[in-house]
Write a protein that binds this ligand. Structure first.
Ligand code: S3P
Length: 197
């Protein structure tokens, strides 16, 4: 093993050191991408708090996301989402799971890009559909065929999610494995960031 550092240089040394996050890690991606499942595991691994932006929005509004959509419409939901995420991004570093549309809103995206390391959990349609079909709480999937809605959102949103700092494929493999890949991708990104600074 003594030669590993010589062969792989700094990267091999990095792999043995704990990963310290200089700012919040914000997970983005479509409904069913695994933002909460991976986010919770990532927070555990990094020793950071886990925060779910949608839970915080519900707490602030005193009602569910579905009720916010019903009573006030999507535009008001996005405004509330922007305020809540802005507040959360001013808190000490944590792992932040954001709702699928948060990064699509230009102002929320600008905030996230300025104050967080953004990670897109990219998933294929079948993986997303398999994960969302068992639960009916998502307002956007109640209008029409959920698989068609997801496919439409993929074509609209994937070019925008692609602007995230880090991209990791979220597949049907165990969540712990994907979490490991997120950690390695973050390590690479932060290393590059530091080198370029
Ligand atoms: C939304 C995704 C949901 C929630 C709201 C809108 C979206 O969050 O914020 O229903 O626009 O994709 P999840 O991605 O956590 O399901």
């Amino acid at each position: 093993m003594a030669g590993m550092g010589d062969i792989h240089g700094l990267k091999a040394m990095d792999a043995r050191s704990p990963l310290t996050l200089p700012r919040t890690v914000a997970l983005v991606g479509l409904m069913g991408a695994g933002k909460s499942a991976i986010g919770k595991r990532l927070a555990m691994r990094l020793g950071l708090p886990f925060v779910d932006a949608d839970d915080e929005i519900e707490r602030a509004a005193g009602c569910s996301i579905a009720e916010i959509f019903e009573k006030y419409g999507e535009a008001d939901f996005r405004a509330g989402e922007r305020r809540v995420i802005s507040r959360l991004l001013d808190e000490p570093p944590h792992v932040l799971s954001t709702g699928g549309g948060a990064y699509i809103d230009p102002d929320t995206r600008a905030l996230m890009r300025a104050k967080a390391v953004t990670v897109w959990l990219r998933a294929e349609l079948d993986v997303l559909f398999d994960r969302v079909r068992k639960r009916g709480h998502r307002p956007l999937l109640r209008n029409g065929d959920p698989k068609e809605v997801l496919a439409r959102l993929m074509s609209q949103r994937y070019p925008i999610y692609a602007e995230a700092d880090v991209v990791v494929d979220s597949t049907a493999q165990p969540a712990d494995r994907t979490t490991e890949q997120v950690i390695e991708a973050l390590r690479d990104h932060l290393h590059t960031e530091k080198t370029l600074a």
